[in-house]
Design a protein around this ligand. Structure first.
Ligand SMILES: *Cc1c(COP(=O)(O)O)cnc(C)c1O
Length: 578
């Protein structure tokens, strides 16, 4: 398809966090990584698309642990001048009785065929603003509720003002895609604008519905922002406030998720199981599942890329061809993996008092530390783990991940893991690596032997790190949650933990004991024996992980689904809602 140079914008993609690279601290976890991977895919697909986000000049959190394992959180200044170009204009975003002036920084994502997708970062740190207003684009997920509301207003209303400035008014934008509910004011502002274009409410709603897509990401209550009516009244322009639909208020609070549910023509969930969970939460709405993917060019390690280049040269332009990994000779896959693993072990040994060995089966667990993800589940019974290691074969574990500075439970679980590592020093080789980021993720998802995930079932909307591992031939050992029910074939692509009955999956009970038991059983009876006594059997699973899952859980397949199930039906009035 030849790129037509009309002056339409196919997709304006709004996201509070966008992960472009490790040195730009503009993300906290999977939501941002998905946004970055999606925008990179737009560029490869030659879409006219742009990303809109905030600058987050002080980043998210730079993590270190003190001698007791307590997380020390600092801001994470990064060098914006190195990556971004400042645009020549400013925009003014209304906020309460005044406006916040923002300058705009641009990053250019260049796709693998040379096409560019710009990402715009709003920056309110200007001398003409008040001291408080200057901080709005400083901290990702920092500050209090009021601060967050102001940030969301900058992102949503500021994003629309920026689009107008770039000559993309609503007639020129085909799709507004909201990645999570932080930019929900977009729907409200579009509604207010469209009221001037049409005579009936139905026409107005249809018009917005034909352009607005909302992807919801989390079944966790804290993930759905709610702001007190007083706050909203204080900052939101009055002409918008009066248009907020009644059903978006819950207990004197504005629910940002409901605002986007109300105005969007199509709402998507990020995995099939997440669709079901979300439909239970919001029974009035139909959720379209588009299971996430990871961007293969970002997440396949250079060593594996070299092997894929040799056997499947088309893998980079067509990641679905990774299914042919199945026919790559075992030793090629193993040698490439072992090389990455050796480098990872060297890296780990720089930090770890416990010395790791490349010959020992290595488990990796790394992601945001938050209680529903249950990071310490594998350490539930260390005596049992020790006796398994003595009788079946050795095992070493690498942990990493940041807790949000206000998440006391998240910080507590880091401390508890830290203490267990100390206590069992010399008996079980474990380490907690500080300051998890994209670069570290790249080392881990390719260098460990098994990727572990133990969320409380139904709370992991999708999860993407296991997809990154699959790209690199690293099998997944996980509770059946998020994307894993779709990617899991027992003993073929990896292993489940706990129950696989679909009713139980949507049930809201914590089956901790059952899952601990199942995890230990599988390690002792299947995984470690396979690893140590049947290496070719283990490599078969490595190859299937990539061939079956890497070929599917990538952003090219995801983008094709967005086009077929979301963007196309919306544009053509085929969505069911209207
Ligand atoms: C991929 C990634 C995540 C997301 O991990 P989940 O498995 O979805 O929890 C978080 N942080 C970083 C740095 C990542 O690269």
């Amino acid at each position: 398809m030849k790129k037509t140079k009309d002056n339409f914008l196919d997709v304006a993609y709004f996201s509070m966090e966008v992960a472009i690279n490790s040195d730009m601290s503009t993300y906290s976890g999977g939501l941002g990584v998905l946004a970055g991977d999606t925008l990179k895919t737009f560029a490869d697909f030659k879409y006219s698309a742009i990303g809109i986000t905030l600058l987050h000049e002080q980043g998210y959190v730079e993590q270190s642990l003190d001698s007791k394992g307590q997380q020390v959180s600092k801001s994470e200044l990064w060098n914006k001048e190195e990556y971004l170009t400042k645009l020549s204009f400013t925009i003014e975003v209304p906020l309460g009785d005044h406006s916040v002036v923002c300058t705009v920084w641009k990053y250019e994502i260049v796709g693998q065929f040379g096409d560019v997708v710009p990402v715009y970062f709003l920056d309110s740190n200007l001398p003409q603003n008040t001291d408080y207003d200057r901080t709005f684009t400083s901290y990702l997920y920092g500050g209090d509720k009021f601060y967050r509301l102001c940030q969301e207003q900058l992102l949503g209303l500021g994003g629309l003002i920026l689009l107008e400035k770039l000559k993309y008014n609503s007639e020129k934008v085909r799709i507004y895609h909201l990645n999570e509910g932080h930019a929900s004011f977009v729907g409200l502002a579009l509604y207010e604008q469209a009221k001037k274009l049409f005579s009936t409410n139905n026409e107005v709603m249809k018009y917005i519905g034909s352009k607005l897509v909302f992807t919801t990401h989390t079944p966790v209550e804290a993930g759905h922002d709610r702001f007190s009516i007083d706050y909203v009244k204080k900052v939101l322009p009055a002409n918008l406030f009066v248009e907020i639909p009644k059903e978006c208020f819950l207990k004197e609070k504005l629910c940002m998720t409901r605002l986007s549910l109300y105005f969007s023509g199509i709402v998507t969930g990020v995995a099939k199981m997440h669709e079901k969970v979300t439909e239970k939460m919001f029974p009035e709405y139909d959720i379209i599942p588009v299971t996430n993917g990871a961007y293969h060019l970002e997440w396949i390690h250079p060593n594996l890329k070299k092997v894929y280049d040799e056997y499947i040269p088309e893998w980079s332009i067509d990641p679905s061809s990774l299914r042919k990994v199945i026919s790559i000779p075992d030793n090629k896959i193993w040698d490439a993996h072992f090389d990455v693993k050796k480098k990872l072990i060297e890296y780990v040994n720089e930090f770890s008092e416990n010395k790791f060995s490349a010959d020992v089966c290595t488990l990796g667990y790394a992601r945001r530390f938050t209680s529903y993800k249950r990071p310490a589940l594998i350490l539930a019974d260390l005596e049992r783990l020790e006796s398994m290691i003595a009788s079946v074969g050795s095992l070493q574990i690498i942990f990493a991940g940041k807790a949000h500075p206000c998440d006391e439970r998240g910080k507590k679980s880091i401390k508890s893991i830290f203490e267990k590592i100390q206590k069992h020093k010399g008996k079980i080789t474990m380490v907690f690596l500080e300051d998890y980021n994209m670069d570290m993720a790249k080392k881990l998802v390719a260098g460990v032997d098994i990727w572990l995930n133990t969320p409380l079932q139904r709370y992991e909307a999708s999860g993407t790190s296991g997809m990154k591992a699959a790209f690199n031939g690293v099998p997944h050992l996980s509770v059946l949650d998020g994307w894993w029910p779709e990617g899991w074939t027992e003993d073929v692509t990896g292993w489940s933990i706990g129950t696989n009955s679909s009713e139980a999956r949507i049930d809201n009970h914590d089956s901790w004991n059952l899952e601990v038991d199942d995890l230990y059983n599988k390690l002792a009876t299947k995984i470690l024996p396979l690893y140590y006594q049947d290496r070719s059997g283990f490599i078969r699973i490595m190859k299937h992980a990539c061939a079956l899952n890497g070929s599917h859980f990538n952003t090219y397949r995801m983008m094709n689904e967005y086009v077929a199930k979301v963007y196309f039906p919306l544009k053509n009035g085929l969505n069911k809602k209207w």
